[in-house]
Design a protein around this ligand. Sequence first.
Ligand code: ZN
Length: 373
Amino acid sequence: MAFRHPLRFVVFALACIIASAAVVPAQSHKTENVIVVMMDGMRWQEVFRGADSDLFKPPPTGLLDADRRAIRALKTYRGRTPAQRRAALMPFLWSTIAAQGQVFGNRDLGSDSHVTNGLNFSYPGYSETITGIADPRIHSNDNVPNPNVNVFEWLNGKQAFAGKVAVFGAWNTFAGIFNQRRSGLLVNDGYTPFTALPGNPRVEMLNALKADTPRYWLDEPFDAVPFYTALEYLKAAKPRLLFIGLGETDDWAHEGEYAEYLNAAHLGDSFLRQLWEFVQSTPEYRGKTTLIVLPDHGRGEGAKWTDHGEKIPESMQTWMAFLGPDTPALGERKNSSPVTESQIAATIAALLGEDYHAAYLKAGAAIGDVLGK
Ligand SMILES: [Zn+2]
């Protein structure tokens, strides 16, 4: 091949450079496993500012059990500054995730995280998060099969992930949200006993507690039961993609029980720590696992903190946290580009080296900042 004109050589050389670049993997990533924990209706206000003593209403007198719980919570989560209060409330998030990963959603610092579905309640929020799409057909919390494919199902359909994806949740609607019947995903939700680890004595005990303790909420048990069931499964089966849905933060908030709402957040934070300690102690996970934490919607401000939905516009506001080997340690994000729940599905896939956004063009794009790009 002769180049009679220097420009032709330049074009040829450029073509060679482009061709050689194309054989290099689009992205080198260390993440082989992803754990997603969602804390239902957990407000960004407490995550970033800590407990708000004004929300204990009426001021606790100490005469009733609820008052005694409130006084204890006030002491446990107190602090002179927001930094002290939030570290008391969510010590793992602030000591480890914020130090080694990224946390979006502190509006006091110009970081915006939100849902795009316009409804600001649970099913639309979970669906947007796992499918990447805010589908107007998803407009109630009814326990119906989700018509949309989700990223967990999509990955489970690939050989490298087949049978290595699992979903655990307190709320009895997750089998519908993940369309368990169509997707074939392993989903354990509500009061359904977990039967995929037969003979595991801890799971048998958890199933007994799930069946035999009072059903304070009819649609979900207390978070400890699904969490520890998920942890047993993580230890025994080593899934590559795990979802854990916690519900108590939302339930206590709807009841106006601010102390229990804070306790549920604190407990959820301890679950994150336990997951991360297991990851660090296990060769299959250490150095190759990313943890993602977020709620499915926010809540109102001030006296409306108990509620959320279409009529409370600020309940679209959320937060999200990322910790893993591909996520640069940018910490608590300030003046960052807005991030949305519809970006989570593609972000999960991208962390695992897969392009969900290319397969579902309507899905939100992956969040580049947490991919190290
Ligand atoms: Zn919710």
